[in-house]
Design a protein around this ligand. Structure first.
Ligand SMILES: Cc1cc2nc3c(=O)[nH]c(=O)nc-3n(C[C@H](O)[C@H](O)[C@H](O)COP(=O)(O)O)c2cc1C
Length: 300
């Protein structure tokens, strides 16, 4: 048990959060196991239908009664806000708003339901804005992160944000990976870490083994920052937050340029949970089948 203002706020044991990664990356097993283990598991809800989100969260709750979060990419998924809040997660996790979205109004709606707000930012001015709008926790995300990222290095942005919004709890995101990363984050003034890529390489993540192995085998030199994924999905990310680029394994990108068709959309089909968590009963869950990479698995 490691107590920080973040763990105290949520009443959890460990200052470790699994990122709410949209597009089917956060299986019932992953979210439930992280929360059951004393961290905070977060559902990546952004491209789910409301009824699927409700079913997904219901299955998580069949396996753990610990706090969970639900993440919305605000520019794309604000329409899910009311459905999300009606599920009363402990935490509404938000990121990537458009300029015309009113953070204070969104955060107030969450607070009205007794839901805490954890907002992710790539720049210090965004952190100050979110703090003024009433966020309870700020996630400072650096360039080293997976998925869509800002332009500032993690070691820089985490320190800047921790100083700018103190005493608000801050989580560090972007390349923190393990216990050493957590220690580094605490040294920078953060109160915990939010991890994405590392959790995609766990048994509980709904990714193919080849993709998990590519993450583990990566030397860090085989990633690229690119807009290719968004070209394929046609999603327009807010420009005001700096780069709209995403961090990916570049073998996957190269593969998409050399003839092998990318598969930006995964099929969803009912699947059976491979294992129960915390002694809960086995549950039918909706989870993505197959790859865990918008561009196709690296190494194939
Ligand atoms: C595949 C993938 C999908 C992601 N999707 C989201 C998302 O939907 N919402 C969000 O706020 N962050 C998303 N992120 C970013 C994470 O929240 C987090 O900032 C990042 O993974 C931290 O860096 P790390 O991967 O080095 O741990 C995603 C990250 C990855 C790797």
């Amino acid at each position: 048990v490691l107590r920080t203002p973040f763990t105290e706020l949520l009443g959890i044991d460990h200052p470790v959060v699994s990122a709410g990664m949209a597009g089917g990356h956060t299986s019932v097993e992953l979210v439930a196991r992280v929360s059951e283990a004393g961290g905070l598991g977060v559902v990546g809800a952004s491209f789910m239908q409301p009824q699927d989100l409700a079913a997904h969260v219901g299955h998580v709750r069949e396996t753990t009664d610990k706090p969970i979060g639900i993440n919305l990419l605000l520019h794309a998924a604000a329409g899910l806000l009311d459905d999300t809040l009606s599920l009363e997660p402990a935490v509404l996790s938000t990121a990537w708003p458009r300029d015309d979205q009113d953070l204070a109004e969104i955060f107030r709606k969450a607070h009205d339901r007794g839901v805490r707000v954890m907002h992710m930012v790539p720049r210090v001015e965004d952190a100050v804005q979110a703090a003024e709008a009433g966020a309870d926790v700020i996630v400072a995300q650096g360039f080293e992160g997976g998925g869509h990222i800002g332009e500032i290095a993690s070691i820089v942005i985490v320190r800047q944000v921790a100083k700018a919004v103190a005493p608000l709890p801050v989580l560090a995101a972007g390349g923190f990976v393990d216990g050493a990363g957590l220690a580094a984050a605490l040294a920078l003034g953060a109160d915990g870490v939010l991890l994405g890529t590392r959790f995609l390489a766990t048994d509980e993540a709904p990714c193919e083994d080849v993709y998990k192995q590519a993450i583990v085998a990566s030397n860090g030199d085989d990633t690229i920052v690119t807009t290719v994924a968004d070209t394929f999905t046609g999603r327009d990310w807010p420009r005001s937050l700096g780069t709209r680029q995403a961090h990916a394994l570049h073998r996957a990108v190269a593969r998409s340029r050399t003839g092998a068709p990318p598969t930006p959309r995964r099929r969803l089909r009912p699947a059976r949970s491979r294992r129960s968590v915390g002694g809960g009963r086995r549950a039918d869950v909706h989870r993505p089948v197959g790859r865990c990479d918008r561009l196709g698995p690296a190494g194939r």
